[in-house]
Ligand binder design. Sequence first.
Ligand code: EPZ
Length: 429
Amino acid sequence: MEKIVINGGRRLTGEVAISGAKNAAVAIVAATILCDEPCIVENVPEISDIAICLRIFKAMGADIQVINKNTIRFDTRNIRKPSVPYELARTMRASSYFLGTLLGRFHEAFVPLPGGCDLGDRPIDQHLKAFSALGAKDDIVNGCVHVKADELIGSQIYFDFNTVGGTMNAIFAAVKAQGLTIIENAAKEPHIVDLANFLNAMGADIRGAGTDVIKVRGVEYLKGTTYAVIPDQIEAGTYMVAAAASRGDVLIKNVIPKHLESITAKLRAMGISVQEFDDSVRVSVGDGPFIRTNIKTMPHPGFPTDMQPQFSTLLTLAEGTSTVIDDIFDNRFRYASELRRMSADIQVKGTVATIQGVKRLTGAPVKATDLRAGAAMVIAGLAAEGTTEISDIYHIERGYEGIVDKLSALGADIKLVYTPSNDELAVSV
Ligand code: EPZ
């Protein structure tokens, strides 16, 4: 079993380049199913969620050419069956995007109920509501969602609340439907805009992405294109917080500063310097204490829930008491018990965490309980005195390209270590 081992207490300094955005790339890769010609996607992050998508595509008969580690050519014209292999798809949330794209192309889809980070219950009722508005029927059979429509007719979709996945799937199903679809109360995340830009580059007619009303006029044909995925807002934010937690001085390159505004504002509120440039931000920390602050996660452009575990970790080192409210998911604080092993003072009641700042964190063996919680453990390990061993790092590898190499290049004492698990040791005796 692989672990990440960090000897903490070293200041991060230097430059780091941010990769393509995971949550944009998984949607854009799925959207190639709708394309009537081959297309090339650039700046694809080299992460395990993408690797799973490529395995799914190959199993379905698509022709995938990896031109280089971040550039992939997709030719999905040979896909004949609108069904996704069970074992592969059930591991990630983004597999729900095969519902919308296969429905959009074949008017039918069989997709396993999606998996992904364990953040509590993650239903897809709003996705199904969108499909139903366009004329599809759905049912659950053998652990799969089956959606089918004789034809897809443009309609009005009104989401009960902001849903990134629901908005993505509504766009997928509408982009080749007959007539106009109006998506109301749409999510506004940067990855929604990126998907719309990709589809429009292929000849789709999508307007209003990034606002809460998105209009999609169905088209017959989507031509090939070459498209580069936007930089990852959450990866960038994670390195900003890591730089701060290590009291370092880091230039984070290949970013869109506007996407980072809520994170920048909160770091500045803590007394941390953030300088913004055209496509980079510089985070540096003086000798002063971190000032406590409060966080409430919100849909974009509010403070992103995907930055909550990382930021809460930083707050464990602030002077005074901070509160963090994250009610976007049922339970996104499972990492708190791991932080307490590292001397943090964090108490969670429901969707509210109360954090009493401590002078220092101490290294310990901890687990990554999900993708962003794993990133939080890395940040805690960088700041802590002593050695931190992080297990279950497959969570982290789902969304952070080359995190060990990138942090090593910034001066961290961090390495990937293979340690036989107890079962493996038992077998080897
Ligand atoms: C996307 O998940 C992201 N995943 C998540 O990032 C991110 O945390 C989330 O959006 C919010 O920004 C991908 O893009 C692959 P939602 P998604 O639909 O689409 C509930 C990461 O760390 N809901 O906006 O699943 C849902 O349970 C991952 O990169 C319903 O009740 O999020 C949640 O409580 C983690 N019914 C809330 O809405 C539905 O039909 C927001 O979910 C859909 C969602």
